[in-house]
Design a protein around this ligand. Structure first.
Ligand SMILES: CC(C)(COP(=O)(O)OP(=O)(O)OC[C@H]1O[C@@H](n2cnc3c(N)ncnc32)[C@H](O)[C@@H]1OP(=O)(O)O)[C@@H](O)C(=O)NCCC(=O)NCCS
Length: 158
């Protein structure tokens, strides 16, 4: 039987408190620190979905909307949006959560392409994705377009 999982099966949510050692010289969260946290979330989502080793093949549409500051809580949520043959796309959304009202303000959205590896470190087929909602179907369609753009960029050497 074909292996398959839902989007919910592999969702990951992490929370970090921004501390002085996470800051850049401009007094905000260092972008490289955030990228590490995002890559870790994307990796965990992909591992949950594939139950295998995974690698990051590409990251795109990283978009820093606002900064985050010392003492703030950064919430990162990753979920599968699309599966190909040996790769899958993981959308990772980042928010700053304000303590006063609990509201989450978006600060970043990124799309990771992760590739599953077999025991010989070769790309291996990933489980199918079961789409349960209209939103998940819309995400899938948008991810297909992003995948086509990525392949075009690859072909053209961007
Ligand atoms: C990712 C990697 C395995 C792709 O190698 P490849 O020879 O192109 O392999 P394949 O052609 O079999 O592609 C494997 C999958 O990766 C996808 N892929 C390859 N290059 C890609 C790119 N630039 N962007 C997005 N996806 C890509 C392919 O579409 C394919 O997915 P599919 O099976 O769902 O269609 C290879 O480039 C690699 O090992 N890179 C290093 C990754 C790494 O070490 N990451 C850690 C951070 S440095």
């Amino acid at each position: 039987m074909t292996e398959e999982r839902t989007v919910q099966d592999s969702i990951v949510e992490t929370v970090h408190m921004v501390r002085p050692n996470h800051m850049n010289a401009a007094g905000r969260l260092f972008g490289g620190m955030l990228m590490q946290w995002l890559d870790e979330v994307a990796g965990m989502v992909a591992k949950r979905h594939t139950r295998s080793n995974v690698i990051t093949a590409s990251v795109d549409n990283l978009r820093f909307i606002h900064g985050a500051y010392n003492g703030e809580m950064v919430v990162i949520i990753g979920k599968v949006t699309y599966v190909g043959n040996t790769s899958l796309e993981v959308r990772v959304d980042t928010y700053v959560e304000h303590l006063e009202d609990g509201m989450r303000h978006p600060i970043n959205r990124a799309y990771f392409t992760m590739v599953a590896l077999d025991e010989n470190d070769r790309p291996k087929r990933v489980p199918r994705l079961v789409l349960r909602s209209v939103e998940e179907k819309a995400e899938w369609d948008a991810a297909k377009k992003r995948r086509e753009m990525r392949m075009k960029r690859k072909e053209e050497g961007f």
